[in-house]
Ligand binder design. Structure first.
Ligand SMILES: Cc1cc2nc3c(=O)[nH]c(=O)nc-3n(C[C@H](O)[C@H](O)[C@H](O)COP(=O)(O)OP(=O)(O)OC[C@H]3O[C@@H](n4cnc5c(N)ncnc54)[C@H](O)[C@@H]3O)c2cc1C
Length: 398
């Protein structure tokens, strides 16, 4: 039996699997194997909400694929042997005719002393649960402490990195501490430390400035042009010499791609992302496709790498499904042209900043409550598309 093996059931991987399952419905000589270490698909763009408010941001993979021919294996991927066409999993090996790399990204600590050992990360549902427990524990401890200074130290939360993840988490956290936890008001401190000269470098300067103002109004302290140079269990040393006391540092300052991919013989570029051609095939390996955070896809219009973002992982997942089908059928493959629909960044529970691509105006910018409605609409659209692709309208999530 021919096998298409898809590594990772995140945004890109699950989309590729579902698209292939539909296209290959009548072709019974191909099996689709989807592999993930978790039994659930995570709505990663909502992880900050899970980390602060413990909300549900995942859905069981078996529920999504229930009405398809996809074979799911809950397995940790250990090694990719490209010459032998084998992937080594925790319990068995699997061979492939086509392989899809959709493993997402991991946190980059840049070798900063103490950072990996003493900071929390926000890349997975497990990470979100650990942050939630950590925050809850510190609040409980602060409430029972009789020393005012100790209370303040316990309630000082620091976020390293002022990009999308750091900002979304900071906004969510400050809202939670201010609104849902009136007992900690006046004592809590949320600090964002950013090495660059402004937050949200992907947005234009004006929007980033406006978003920063809103975050400051919410009570977040923002320190830019400053790096974290050392971390111990309770201190954070900054490049300006300042030392901040904090028991909770959430590090969102950088991503890289899993060493699994680096250890294979695939050609990699920036951040360890796989170099791909215009069809998203790995260079020198037409049987391997890479997508989402794993792929260093180039936008043919700008000549620049496509950013690591959910909207591109979803588009690439669909295209990879179609291109593998085209290969099997001996048909022409489609070239990858990213569609940029816009960007929305949440600044707390009822506030978001962003823009939509609109004909003629080009960028329709917004900030405020309306932005948070747009953000929920985009998230709902993902769930709707999953349901549509899987032909499964039963009531998972929402
Ligand atoms: C907090 C947060 C907020 C974000 N917000 C936004 C946003 O608002 N908009 C946006 O566009 N992007 C956002 N992003 C980025 C976006 O989530 C990623 O770009 C996107 O998830 C990439 O999709 P992917 O399919 O490449 O990988 P992922 O969705 O990360 O999926 C990777 C999958 O691979 C599995 N996996 C990894 N390693 C192994 C292994 N060794 N064995 C088995 N399974 C493995 C994982 O369990 C996971 O299911 C955010 C990211 C974070 C962390």
């Amino acid at each position: 039996m021919n096998k298409i093996v898809i590594l990772g059931a995140g945004y890109g991987g699950i989309t590729a699997a579902l698209r292939l399952a539909r296209l290959l419905k009548k072709k019974k000589d191909y099996e689709i194997h989807l592999i993930d270490k978790n039994p659930f698909h995570t709505f990663k763009t909502q992880l900050h909400e899970a980390a602060v408010r413990n909300v549900e941001v995942s859905v069981p993979i078996n529920q999504i694929i229930r009405k398809t021919s996809i074979i799911f294996h809950q397995q940790e991927i250990k090694q990719i042997l490209t010459k032998e066409h084998i992937v080594k999993l925790q319990d068995f090996d699997i061979t492939y005719n086509y392989l899809v790399l959709a493993l997402g990204s991991i946190t980059n600590f840049y070798g900063i002393p103490g950072l990996q050992a003493h900071s929390l990360t926000l890349q997975s549902l497990d990470d979100a649960k650990i942050i939630y427990e950590n925050i809850s524990g510190l609040i409980d401890e602060a409430m029972t402490s009789i020393n005012e200074n100790n209370k303040k130290d316990l309630l000082r939360f620091v976020i390293g990195g002022g990009g999308l993840t750091g900002v979304e988490f900071a906004g969510e956290l400050v809202d939670y501490l201010s609104r849902d936890n009136r007992l900690v008001q006046g004592l809590k401190e949320v600090i964002v430390i950013e090495a660059g000269n402004r937050l949200l470098p992907n947005l234009d300067e004006k929007m980033s400035e406006e978003a920063t103002k809103r975050l400051i109004n919410k009570g977040i302290k923002i320190i830019t042009n400053t790096k974290i140079t050392n971390r111990t269990a309770d201190t954070i040393t900054l490049s300006n010499g300042e030392i901040i006391k904090s028991y909770c540092l959430v590090w969102t300052g950088g991503i890289k791609i899993s060493e699994l991919i680096g250890a294979s013989d695939l050609k990699i570029g920036q951040l360890g992302r796989v170099l791909v051609n215009e069809y998203l095939q790995a260079l020198d390996h037409p049987e391997i496709f890479a997508l989402g955070d794993n792929a260093l896809a180039i936008n043919p219009t700008t000549g620049k790498p496509v950013p690591a973002a959910a909207q591109f992982a979803l588009q690439q997942g669909r295209l990879v499904g179609e291109n593998i089908f085209a290969e099997i059928k001996g048909k022409e493959k489609k070239t990858y042209k990213p569609k940029v629909f816009g960007e929305i960044i949440s600044l707390g529970r009822h506030l978001a900043v962003g823009w939509f691509a609109v004909p003629f105006i080009k960028k329709l910018k917004f900030i405020g409550f309306i932005g948070s409605l747009f953000k929920s609409a985009v998230e709902d659209k993902h769930i709707l598309l999953l349901r549509k692709e899987s032909r499964n309208w039963t009531s998972w999530k929402g």
